[in-house]
Design a protein around this ligand. Structure first.
Ligand code: DMJ
Length: 672
């Protein structure tokens, strides 16, 4: 027997020998052919058609994409062009000529990555190990957000009760826009504010051709604008975060870090200095009746020292109100367990309720800036309480760090071990995160103590020489001076916004008799910090800037996507304040005014408060992060106010040193 005949192939004849004369005949013929097919053949045909149909559907979007890429070239070119214009390189001649601080030759130690592609030696490029990216804010919980573009600082002098005003705002707000998950009120009453240079801040109105006339803003109005900005921020804090650590202005709630009313305490002396008596009294009442440090909570030694202890001590000094000294004593003594380590280099964290301290979970290291930037506060606490234990503890840290091996021309590494008391992870040197305020406190302790502690001064001067020798560079294009970071002998041309404290500190040193070239360097660096603002589309600086040592893209400054955020930080306005006090050059006030305008335009939340933003390069979509850091009230607005104030005796720099959170502490009388 033969098995039934089996076809090894399927024959499909789709054409016909006959030529068809009409559609009906063709349809009938197709149908007949279809009927003649076996069931298997029909199934296969149907399967094939279904398969082709699905493939067609799946490939449609990418085909469209490609098609657009080819056909919409003009749009593409437009965006490339926009991107190229992104950083707005400064036209030659706009960067003022500054006194020249010798900057070391850069060519021999430019790292490979900054050489243009074609100039690199032809060695195989090895994959780099994954980079450890610094968190956006090393000192604080993760940052959050808001939508900007509002300039509503001209509000009535007298604040109405928050609840009532909110109700009215609620009525006014026409639309609620859902924007990347955030519900945002459409902004009302946006008013153009003149920038310092007579240009109007860009708003949608500009793009429609309504260019307003330049307006000169008097200082008295600038001072008032800062008061108004503070009131606006306070309004949000009061309504949505009263007694909590931080305002989340978009979600209209609060964030907790230590649970100690951080923003309120940080802002106390600002309210006093700005003359906001009602707000101050209300906050004082909260400190008196609500603030308790008897809490089972872990706090960071450095952060609670500079913000809480510093804020309370400063407010006591300004007001003479012993409530604040008592509270300062309370928190100060609760922080002392941090110093109980084998080396006496303090742990980073303390439980102020239990009286126990510990390092971070993953290491026994502490950060160098953190253990060396608590001295002004603890020394002052000892002076006021006549209890030497605080001063003794922090000066032991200073003593050890002074004689420690592992510095590089006076520059310190970023970590120190609490067991061994030695620097760890040596080889990386920065003036930014984790080292910054070490340098600041060398000079300021020397000033605080009446210029007697020469070892502090020596360390400071040596460190500045180390900066000049190892970290100072200039961009090729506009010769902007910046301070890079050194990592195992290689310079990385990047600078944190945090480094912008340095021009002010250098100027303070020069004012107190340190070498004149410190002032020259300050003049150059403040220009660079200013450029970090004006070269961004929002007029606000990114968290980290990368500087170009080569002419490869016609820009001085590049910003990596991960570094585009702005946390409302104070360092540049802090330095502008010092520079103005010492030079009386009104351009520094103008620059500060521009920064305030940009904050108002891009970070102000209509219902109250200001927010950090995620993208300083996109004015239309600055990516609000729903968080107002306490230092915006503690530092940024305070320095802006002092910058614009004509009263030079208001916190005279010959009588006070500011701690690193902008809390002024008195320079000790010579008898202390
Ligand atoms: C503040 O807490 C202090 O100024 C600190 O020294 C650095 N970081 C923030 C502000 O940027």
């Amino acid at each position: 027997m033969y098995p039934p005949q089996r076809k090894d192939f399927v024959s499909l004849t789709l054409g016909d020998q006959h030529s068809y004369t009409n559609g009906k005949h063709r349809r009938q013929s197709c149908w007949r052919k279809w009927k003649q097919l076996s069931r298997l053949q029909r199934s296969l045909v149907l399967f094939l058609l279904a398969f082709l149909f699905i493939c067609g559907i799946l490939s449609y979007p990418s085909l469209m994409e490609q098609w657009r890429g080819f056909s919409d070239r003009s749009v593409k070119e437009y965006w490339v062009d926009m991107d190229n214009r992104g950083l707005r390189p400064i036209p030659p001649g706009l960067v003022p000529k500054l006194p020249v601080v010798p900057v070391p030759e850069v060519i021999q130690d430019i790292p490979l990555e900054v050489l243009p592609e074609l100039q690199r030696p032809s060695v195989p490029i090895l994959p780099k190990p994954p980079a450890m990216r610094k968190p956006p804010s090393k000192r604080g919980p993760p940052a959050l957000q808001k939508r900007g573009n509002v300039t509503d600082w001209q509000v009535k002098d007298k604040e109405e009760p928050v609840a009532k005003k909110d109700e009215e705002e609620g009525k006014e707000a026409k639309t609620v826009i859902s924007w990347r998950g955030a519900m945002i009120e459409e902004e009302q009453g946006t008013e153009l504010q003149p920038t310092a240079h007579g240009k109007e801040a860009e708003t949608p109105a500009d793009s429609e051709g309504a260019t307003p006339k330049p307006v000169t803003v008097k200082n008295v109005d600038r001072v008032e604008a800062v008061r108004e900005a503070f009131r606006h921020a306070w309004k949000g804090y009061k309504a949505f975060a009263w007694g909590h650590d931080e305002l989340k202005p978009i979600s209209k709630t609060h964030g907790e870090w230590f649970g100690l009313g951080l923003t309120l305490i940080d802002a106390l002396d600002t309210m006093w200095i700005l003359g906001l008596k009602d707000e101050f009294e209300e906050a004082r009442k909260w400190v008196e009746t609500e603030l308790s440090f008897s809490k089972n909570v872990d706090v960071n030694l450095f952060e609670s020292t500079i913000r809480i202890l510093g804020g309370l001590l400063s407010t006591y000094n300004l007001t003479g109100d012993t409530l604040f000294l008592d509270k300062a004593k309370d928190i100060g003594s609760r922080l002392m367990p941090a110093f109980k380590t084998p080396s006496k280099i303090p742990f980073s964290d303390v439980n102020i309720g239990k009286g126990t301290a510990h390092p971070p979970r993953w290491t026994t290291d502490s950060t160098v800036a953190e253990v060396t930037s608590i001295q002004l506060e603890f020394r002052e606490l000892s002076r006021l309480t006549h209890d030497p234990q605080y001063q003794t503890a922090v000066e032991e840290v200073t003593r050890q760090v002074h004689k420690l091996e592992g510095k590089h021309d006076g520059l310190v590494p970023m970590f120190i071990n609490t067991n061994s008391g030695k620097f760890t992870r040596r080889g990386a040197f920065t003036l930014g995160a984790r080292a910054d305020s070490y340098y600041e406190y060398l000079l300021k302790q020397w000033l605080q103590g009446g210029k007697k502690e020469t070892e502090l001064l020596e360390d400071y001067i040596q460190a500045i020489e180390g900066v000049k020798k190892n970290l100072l560079r200039q961009t090729s294009l506009s010769k902007l001076t910046f301070i890079g970071e050194l990592s195992n002998g290689r310079l990385s041309p990047k600078m944190d916004h945090l480094v912008c404290f340095l021009p002010g500190t250098l100027a303070l040193g020069a004012h107190n008799g340190l070498p004149a070239d410190h002032m020259d360097l300050a003049l150059q660096l403040i220009e660079t910090c200013h450029q970090m603002y004006v070269q961004m589309e929002t007029g606000l600086s990114p968290e980290i800037a990368h500087f170009n040592l080569q002419y490869h893209n016609g820009r001085d400054i590049d910003v990596k996507p991960a570094d585009r955020h702005n946390l409302l930080r104070p360092e540049t306005v802090e330095s502008l304040f010092y520079m103005y006090r010492f030079t009386k050059d009104s351009k520094y006030r103008d620059w500060g005014w521009d920064i305030l305008q940009s904050f108002n335009k891009h970070t102000r939340v209509p219902s109250g408060g200001y927010t950090s933003i995620g993208n300083v390069r996109d004015p239309l979509n600055p990516a609000p992060r729903d968080k107002m850091e306490s230092f915006f009230l503690g530092e940024t607005l305070k320095y802006l106010f002092l910058l614009f104030s004509d009263d030079r005796e208001l916190i005279s720099l010959d009588k006070y040193v500011f701690n690193t959170e902008a809390h002024p502490l008195p320079i000790w009388p010579s008898t202390s």
